[in-house]
Write a protein that binds this ligand. Structure first.
Ligand code: MV4
Length: 454
């Protein structure tokens, strides 16, 4: 087992990873920016190293400084968390070159799956259902328009190097398509230095469902069912659940089997997530594969009774998975609410500042993952999420009740937060009936604004 790990991240996920290390008797090295001197992850780690000024680019994204801290302090492994360096193939390569274990997949896997056209072609060849569309990149207007006519409108243009909604253009007719083609390419060139785009049939009113995977270094892969991630706004997830209320046992087995098939085709190792769109006829399609631990991993942990971060570390240390698919039995229902320093209901304006009062929820079935405390100052330099509440119960209805109760207990004073949004959503009839798709939150906020004006 790895004996000393550097955590190349900040915030709640850094705290989460340090906790896993503690339970495994692994020594921890935190890195921090000048703005994070007083952060909880700095206090919790055995060693803490300042790696740069407040700007992420110069600190948490500073490959050289982080690698220097790892080498200087004898790290045997580096856990990248999510965001930052977690999906940078170059960083995984640097780790390997320095004989440090990157706790994640290989650099080659990160690179392949980060290229959305390559990832899609690979998954299609492996037998994973993909969204009908171009075979690879589309390079000229003639083939673009011909293919769109064949697929039927609406269609969507996506950037190969994109993901998470960047560089996407919806087109309902030829005119919009030609315009979208050139603007998507220009946006992709500017954002990713790569103007490659591909074309897909647009799936209307889908759900966003993702399958959790774990693989060891010996070709064994299992899945931990799915998470429902449709409740998002501007590609920022707000509420996630495990299992999805839209997925039957049969569908779960089918999606899981396809996700494992795809992961095995690339000899995938460590934690990963396969994202699918689920249409109203229950067809599911591969969208992309995330090669990292994700924000919403705790809902899966609570339902499957497993610590995914400890598993990541154990597998990266070269241990065998040690269990099979039949050993993984879900139990109950978990919901996560992301607590952000922004009031979602009034246009999502970020609200950095000092938390004057913090009282955290607890009790049976409630998990609080956060780096925040009374007096903590939320910096404008980083992501606005400062906590996650995860509520588990034997069924969905009780999990919602428990979340509602937790949101009532929670007190955050001094900043604006997403708490009022969550309190209202937990009581919403459509949410309670699980009657929603990826369009729901935005429509709900729109309708709410209109009814406020009356
Ligand atoms: C789509 C789609 C409909 N049809 N592709 C958004 C993020 C990126 N991963 C892909 N996305 C979408 N791709 C086709 N062919 C709808 C979306 C989409 C979406 C997907 C998941 C969660 C929220 C979303 C919000 C808007 C659009």
């Amino acid at each position: 087992m790895l004996r000393r790990i550097l955590i190349a991240n900040r915030g709640e996920i850094a705290v989460r990873i340090i906790r896993a290390c503690r339970e495994l008797n692994i020594e921890t090295i935190a890195v921090y920016s000048e703005a994070d001197r007083d952060s909880l992850h700095v206090q919790m780690a055995d060693i803490a190293v300042c790696v740069g000024p407040a700007s992420s680019q110069e600190s948490y994204l500073n490959l050289q400084n982080i690698m220097a801290a790892a080498v200087a302090h004898g790290a045997e492994g580096i856990h990248p968390g999510y965001g930052y360096l977690s999906e940078q193939a170059l960083f995984a390569e640097m780790c390997e070159a320095h004989n440090i274990v990157f706790i994640g997949p290989t650099a080659e896997q990160i690179e392949l799956l980060g290229d959305k056209t390559k990832a899609k072609a690979t998954m299609k060849a492996a037998g994973v259902p993909v969204i009908p569309g171009s075979d690879g990149e589309v390079t000229n207007e003639k083939s673009l328009v011909e293919l769109a006519d064949k697929l039927g409108y609406p269609v969507i243009v996506k950037a190969s190097a994109g993901g998470g909604g960047k560089g996407m253009r919806l087109a309902r007719n030829k005119e919009e398509l030609l315009h979208g083609f050139s603007t998507a390419r220009a946006e992709a060139a500017a954002a990713f230095n790569n103007d490659a785009v591909y074309l897909e049939k647009f799936i209307e009113g889908p759900r966003h469902i993702e399958v959790q995977l774990l693989g060891d270094n010996f070709g064994n892969v299992v899945h931990f069912g799915e998470r429902e991630c449709s409740l998002q706004r501007r590609h920022q997830k707000l509420i996630e659940e495990c299992p999805s209320p839209a997925v039957s046992e049969d569908l779960r087995a089918n999606m899981g089997e396809k996700a494992v098939l795809g992961a095995k085709a690339v000899n995938y190792r460590n934690a990963g997530t396969m994202e699918f769109l689920l249409d109203k006829h229950n067809n599911f399609y591969f969208m992309e594969m995330n090669t990292r631990i994700q924000v919403e991993h705790p809902v899966t942990e609570m339902v499957y009774g497993i610590d995914l971060v400890k598993e990541q570390i154990r597998l990266a240390s070269g241990e065998l998975l040690g269990y099979g698919q039949e050993d993984l039995v879900p139990s109950g229902h978990a919901i996560e609410c992301r607590i952000n320093a922004e009031e979602v209901r009034v246009g999502s304006r970020p609200s950095p500042g000092k938390i004057e009062t913090l009282f955290v929820p607890g009790g049976n079935g409630v998990r609080w993952d956060s780096h925040a405390h009374t007096g903590y100052v939320i910096s404008p330099f980083y992501d606005s999420m400062f906590a996650k509440i995860i509520a588990w119960a034997p069924d969905r209805e009780e999990a919602i009740q428990r979340m509602q109760r937790s949101l009532q207990e929670l007190v955050v004073e001094g900043i604006e937060t997403s708490i009022p949004f969550h309190r209202e959503m937990m009581g919403d009839e459509r949410f309670r009936n699980a009657d929603f798709t990826t369009d729901f939150v935005e429509q709900w906020l729109e309708e709410r604004k209109l009814s406020d004006k009356k």
